[in-house]
Design a protein around this ligand. Structure first.
Ligand SMILES: Nc1ncnc2c1ncn2[C@@H]1O[C@H](COP(=O)(O)OP(=O)(O)OP(=O)(O)O)[C@@H](O)[C@H]1O
Ligand SMILES: [Mg+2]
Length: 302
């Protein structure tokens, strides 16, 4: 069972009310001689979308796996909903495992099952006594909630586009009405419009379902648009957790390159354009942003 901050066990229908549903302290993870994390600390606030960024291979996915108990830390503590993850009895862990949903990097749908059946997998696993009819109904609801047409329920993953697969994975992650949602690169491989739609959906779900979201991404637009804070992984630890504007002020080479490099600025310009559109005519806004871009590129050359 999960606990509140006083250590009281939470019942099945009670939600976690503590401030930090995820706390990682002094984490070390290593594969043989390769040390991926060393002294990594991170606290995720309840109700936030926390973006997690870092170069490829810096250990973002491994961190997520450590938090959900799929990767045993070499040292350190991981607690979720006030309960230690590492080394706990798998049977006891069921009480918290059904409180989170995960969209793995690459989607990982079962290819021999339909979308609906994929969503039913966690339902069967955690609530084997639910009647099949009700289970189908819940699965259908989650599929629609994830922005797929109802017909998608009976489609196989191979019959879906990349964007639809991500939504099907999301539907499965939402199957158990989680309080915590883990998304590993949800918009990778989507076109910009599909990615923006997925971002909006994530934000809407967070707001309507009161989720806390741990969101690994390389997508600068996602970071600007929907993340409350962003954790930066470099040098084997979380070197900073802050809002994007505050991170951009930091004097770390990777952070500067990432947020203030050409792609970082393009994302910022796109966001400025969005803001301007809200207040002025489209052609005027586009003109203003072009001027801003030009000024920026001049600054680069200087
Ligand atoms: N099961 C494993 N066994 C051995 N090494 C692993 C294992 N899983 C991950 N690693 C190694 O740990 C390091 C971090 O991997 P991880 O997948 O967390 O990177 P990442 O930050 O998610 O990268 P990307 O942005 O490319 O997804 C890599 O060097 C990887 O090779
Ligand atoms: Mg990864």
């Amino acid at each position: 069972m999960a606990q509140d901050e006083t250590g009281r066990e939470l019942g099945h229908h009670e939600r976690y009310r503590g401030e930090h549903p995820i706390i990682v302290e002094g984490l070390k993870t290593a594969f043989g001689p390769q040390v991926v994390h060393q002294d990594l600390d991170l606290k995720v606030r309840r109700g936030e979308i926390l973006g997690v960024v870092g170069g490829s291979g810096t250990g973002k996915s491994v961190l997520m796996r450590a938090i959900i108990g799929l990767q045993t830390p070499t040292e350190g503590e991981v607690s979720v909903f006030g309960r230690s993850i590492a080394g706990s009895d798998p049977q006891q862990e069921i009480g918290i495992r059904n409180r989170w949903g995960v969209l793995f990097q690459g989607g990982a749908l079962f290819s021999t099952l339909t979308v609906g059946e994929n969503v039913e997998v966690p339902l069967k696993q955690f609530y084997p006594d639910i009647e099949p009819e009700l289970r189908h109904e819940i699965a259908r609801y989650k599929v629609v909630l994830s922005g797929l047409p109802e017909e998608a329920v009976s489609k196989y993953p191979s019959e879906l586009s990349g964007g639809m697969k991500k939504r099907a994975g999301l539907a499965r992650a939402l199957a158990l009405d989680p309080e915590l949602l883990f998304l590993d690169e949800p918009t990778a491989g989507l076109d910009p419009i599909g990615a923006a739609a997925f971002d909006r959906l994530t934000l809407e779900l967070k707001e309507t379902l009161g989720l806390t979201v741990f969101l690994i991404t390389h997508d600068l637009d996602t970071l600007h648009e929907i993340c409350d804070r962003v954790a930066v992984i470099a040098d084997k630890k979380v070197i900073a957790v802050d809002t994007v504007p505050n991170l951009m002020e930091l004097d770390h080479p990777w952070i500067q390159e990432y947020f203030n490099g050409p792609r970082g600025r393009a994302a910022l310009t796109a966001q400025a354009l969005d803001e301007l559109r809200k207040h002025m005519d489209e052609p005027v806004a586009a003109h203003a942003v072009k001027a801003l871009d030009k000024a920026n590129s001049k600054k680069d050359k200087a």
